[in-house]
Design a protein around this ligand. Structure first.
Ligand code: SF4
Ligand code: SF4
Length: 534
């Protein structure tokens, strides 16, 4: 055995002493090594000085809302699945100062914080976590705006990956094609081999830097038996996943079921605590906070992790866009599994299972998908619903069938916004049951309700007039059920068949004229009293 003999081109074997030598080689190169260690009864990522800091002999027992460390009965260093922390804590820190400002008698100076110059080496990165890092790379580096802080930390990072030798009770990386074997994006990859005759690691180099570091570490060529044993470790892990989730059609499944009653069911359990977003290795949302001292001479701006589960996250003038737990959970899950694909080209979930383990009430993303899949919302019957609404009274049957192709059944919780002023007016609604307040924002006073729309009435006309932007807010006052029409779809049908267009106009013009008259009367009230009336 000798350092540098294989140039790390082939699978090699390092012993425990070799692993210690690897840490020393990284330290010599100036890396701060971060890896798994036991703290607060969990396996967390922290500074690693020697292999003595690793969680030797520990494993994790995980299930929905459940995490316990137990002894494995052997000396494995990487014999656990994943803990509550992910590498985003180091690449995209939870709290980061962006700039500080100082003021003296004559000047005010703003000093941006420089990106970190620290060189990080991550030890023990799992396949799902490597996928998560790649996903965050797309978010922070590939778009129009590159995050300089993420870029500095990521660019110099050295990654020692570890193939999983044990699947956690909540893992489902096989379903997401993100594990358990690391495929790319690493400098070195280890597979831990524990047998009666040896405790060693099969090591593979994935980059020139990885090869150069391995050349400084004592190693020998792996035998065919050792290569087979390493493959068996990964194969065993792959067939022992704690969870599974069919993912090939999950985008379409969720987007077709935005009004599924399961969203109400999960909302009745969800505490909106935001744990799932904090532990998720791909969630990236932040907010900024400005602080100042009592003198007003010193101010700072900090960036900190935020969550789509908080009310403030979607607050715009007058209220939150997603006021209910139902709307927030649906936003999170459909973004992770569906619209993330539209936005970034991949799923936002790597199947690490953290959101299941660390949810205090054990909400399980795989179970939620399974429940929706088991009873998808029946879309047939929309024509029957349409026929019950006064809007279609007297409409030819063939026109009802034609416009039904642009319609879907929807439901809004009390206080949920159906659309906001300035948002795309891509739908109009036939209210079946419920009440909707039409509101405008009055500076200094807040939201002002200028009209309410009730069962049997039409909501929204801006879909007819370019630039198709909503000119007011519409908020469900109580649980409201409606038929939503895709405005673009209907406009196209009206263009193709002017008879359909004429029938639509006949039904839209009378209520619009009625509302215009009402607005005229409200104007008179305003001028009589000299102030707005509710
Ligand atoms: S959504 Fe859950 S399982 Fe998927 S990557 Fe995030 S924490 Fe892991
Ligand atoms: S799903 Fe669970 S972890 Fe996520 S916000 Fe709801 S209660 Fe908290």
């Amino acid at each position: 055995m000798g350092a540098g003999t294989l140039h790390a081109a082939l699978d090699a074997i390092v012993t425990l002493d070799g692993l210690q030598a690897l840490l020393q080689a990284l330290h010599r190169r100036g890396f701060r090594i971060v890896g798994p260690t036991v703290r607060d009864q969990a396996i967390v990522y922290d500074d690693i000085d020697s292999i003595g800091d690793l969680p030797r002999g520990w494993t994790d027992d995980q299930d929905g809302g459940h995490y316990r460390l137990t002894q494995r009965g052997d000396e494995a260093l990487f014999g656990y699945a994943v803990g509550p922390e992910s590498w985003k804590r180091f690449l995209h820190p939870p709290l980061l100062r962006l700039w500080r400002a100082e003021r003296d008698a004559d000047t005010t100076s703003v000093v941006p914080d420089s990106p970190s110059a620290e060189r990080l080496a991550f030890l023990g990165v799992r396949a799902c976590e490597l996928h998560a890092i790649t996903i965050q790379d797309r978010v922070f580096l590939d778009g129009q705006y590159r995050d300089p802080h993420y870029h500095a930390r990521r660019e110099g990072a050295f990654i020692v990956a570890v193939n999983c030798g044990k699947a956690g009770g909540t893992c489902f990386c096989v379903s997401m094609n993100s594990g358990p074997k690391v495929e790319q994006g690493f400098d070195l990859a280890l597979t831990e081999l524990i047998g009666e005759s040896q405790h060693a690691f099969l090591i593979e180099a994935g980059s020139d830097t990885g090869r150069a570091v391995l050349d400084e570490v004592p190693h020998r060529a792996a035998t065919q038996d050792e290569i087979k044993a390493a493959k068996a470790v990964i194969d065993r892990t792959a067939v022992s996943m704690g969870r599974e989730m069919r993912s090939d059609d999950v985008r379409e499944l969720l987007l077709r079921n935005l009004e599924h009653p399961r969203w109400d069911d999960v909302a009745s359990r969800c505490l909106s605590c935001a744990n799932c977003t904090m532990v998720c290795p791909t969630c990236f949302c932040t907010t900024v906070e400005d602080t100042t001292d009592l003198t007003g001479d010193h101010a700072e701006r900090w960036r900190r992790w935020d969550s789509c589960f908080t009310m403030d996250f979607s607050y715009i003038h007058g209220g939150s866009v997603r006021p209910s737990a139902r709307s927030r959970y649906r936003q999170w899950m459909t973004h992770k599994l569906a619209t993330w694909i539209d936005q970034f080209g991949t799923s936002g979930c790597v199947g690490c299972g953290r959101c299941i383990t660390w949810c205090p009430v054990g909400i399980d993303i795989t179970e939620e998908v399974r429940a929706i899949r088991a009873s998808p919302v029946i879309t047939e019957g929309i024509e029957d619903l349409l026929r019950e609404h006064p809007f279609v009274r007297g409409l030819d049957e063939n026109v009802v069938v034609l416009i039904a192709g642009c319609a879907k059944n929807v439901m809004f919780q009390a206080n949920e916004y159906i659309f906001r002023e300035g948002s795309a007016a891509d739908h109009f609604y036939l209210i079946r049951h419920g009440t909707v307040a039409l509101e405008m924002f009055v500076p200094g006073r807040g939201p002002f309700t200028f009209l309410t729309v009730k069962s049997g009435e039409i909501l929204g006309a801006d879909w007819l007039i370019p630039p198709y932007r909503s000119s007011f807010d519409a908020r469900a006052v109580e649980l409201t059920r409606a038929i939503a029409f895709d405005g673009k779809c209907l406009r196209e049908k009206c263009e193709l068949d002017h008879h359909v267009g004429y029938e639509m106009m006949k039904r839209f013009i009378p209520p619009l004229v009625g509302r215009l008259q009402m607005a005229r009367l409200q104007c008179l009230e305003i001028h009589d009293d000299g102030k707005l009336q509710r």
